[in-house]
Design a protein around this ligand. Structure first.
Ligand code: FE
Length: 381
């Protein structure tokens, strides 16, 4: 709808409404957050469909919703890939009549914007990936606590903030991928084993700047302790076949191209590649099955502190945890449901059952700074 709005209407909104005043401040804040927290500024692949200009139009549309003051518009600041998340939100609108405005950007800028806008924000909900990001948003006071028996029933405690400031809504596994023409599954075991010299010149990794790797390393610090984890990271760096990659898809394609034999990536990137190329010549291996289980992380949401409609927003989050929405996450996005007993898609089932790490994902936030410092010290770029 924003796209059909005449340009002069957009201009009027831009120059007369409060969110835009804060856009200037937002520009300043952006630099600050970027410096203090590298982890939240790079959801590159999550926002691959974002177009410059879209946000301005959406912003103008938001203001219309806000002035109607009927509580029927929910504005979401989202770092999720719009194509993936939109079908779920459209379904909610169909069922309830509640209008949803989606403002898509990377997590870092969205959080800076929420900081700058404070109580004047048009946002009701933050939707993003990784417990490390959600934890940061809560730490910065951007999210408000909610209590919901629906969420308590649908989302296991290990996948949500104990105070209800954020709630995990889908699961992704970060695990090992390999080239089956060079490696057999019985040569693989744990993330730590990829530090063994037998993998010298054979390992590919994504950059340590990505929050996914920070969370993985945080989980290793929790399980193995600092000293062992640092030794593992040094081993990984020694084993690298090539420079670190900027995203998981490029890393998986490097395995397919024979540039490396093993690597670590999130499961849904692999799922999306398999959708495009059913014969994609890379296999998935569930890491740490004999030990702590495969590392899983969440995408999730929280009610924004300055929301004008916290009750309506909570209802939407509750719906996202329902059987119907959880099934859609699995089928459209190749993610795993957080809710137990919901059917996984055929593709996910074909990857086989696996033991998930039981760690409370909140730890990824708590240990994030330590993980970043450790990777830096160990030379993992
Ligand atoms: Fe991602």
């Amino acid at each position: 709808m924003g796209k059909t709005m005449p340009l002069n209407t957009i201009r009027t909104n831009l120059f007369t409404t409060k969110p835009v005043l804060s856009a200037a401040i937002f520009g300043l804040m952006l630099g600050m957050v970027g410096c203090s927290n590298s982890s939240t500024t790079e959801d590159s692949v999550e926002t691959e469909t974002t177009e410059a200009g879209t946000e301005t139009e959406q912003q103008a549309a938001n203001d219309d919703g806000a002035t109607s003051a009927d509580g029927q518009t929910i504005t979401i600041y989202s770092s999720r890939n719009e194509q993936l998340i939109k079908p779920l939100l459209d379904r909610y609108t169909e069922q309830t009549g509640v209008k949803i405005e989606l403002v898509t950007d990377k997590t870092g800028p969205l959080m800076a914007r929420l900081q700058a806008e404070g109580q004047n924000t048009p946002a009701d909900m933050l939707l993003t990936v990784d417990a490390g990001n959600l934890w940061q948003a809560a730490q910065q006071g951007l999210l408000q606590p909610v209590a919901s028996s629906v969420l308590e029933a649908n989302v296991p405690a290990k996948y949500r903030d104990p105070k209800g400031q954020w709630i995990g809504l889908s699961l992704r596994a970060r695990t090992i991928f390999y080239d089956p023409s060079k490696v057999s599954a019985d040569q693989l075991s744990t993330y730590a084993d990829l530090a063994d010299p037998k993998w010298k010149g054979k390992l590919c990794l994504r950059t340590s700047k990505k929050v996914y790797n920070q969370s993985l390393v945080a989980s290793m610090i929790e399980h193995l302790g600092e000293e062992k984890t640092e030794a593992v990271i040094r081993g990984w760096v020694d084993n690298l076949a090539t420079d670190v990659f900027s995203d998981d898809t490029a890393m998986l394609e490097a395995i397919a191209a024979g540039q490396c034999e093993v690597g670590i990536a999130n499961s849904y990137y692999y799922g999306r590649l398999l959708d495009e190329k059913p014969n994609f010549p890379v296999k998935i291996f569930w890491a740490n099955q004999g030990t702590t289980g495969t590392h899983v992380n969440v995408s999730g949401a929280g009610v924004v502190t300055g929301s004008d409609n916290p009750d309506g927003t909570l209802k939407l989050i509750e719906w996202l945890s329902s059987d119907e929405a959880q099934g859609l996450y699995a089928s459209s996005d190749k993610e795993f449901p957080v809710k137990e007993g919901v059917d996984e898609s055929e593709m996910l089932r074909s990857w086989g059952e696996f033991k998930k790490d039981d760690i409370n994902v909140q730890k990824f936030g708590e240990l994030q700074t330590q993980a970043i410092q450790m990777m830096d010290k160990a030379g993992y770029k």
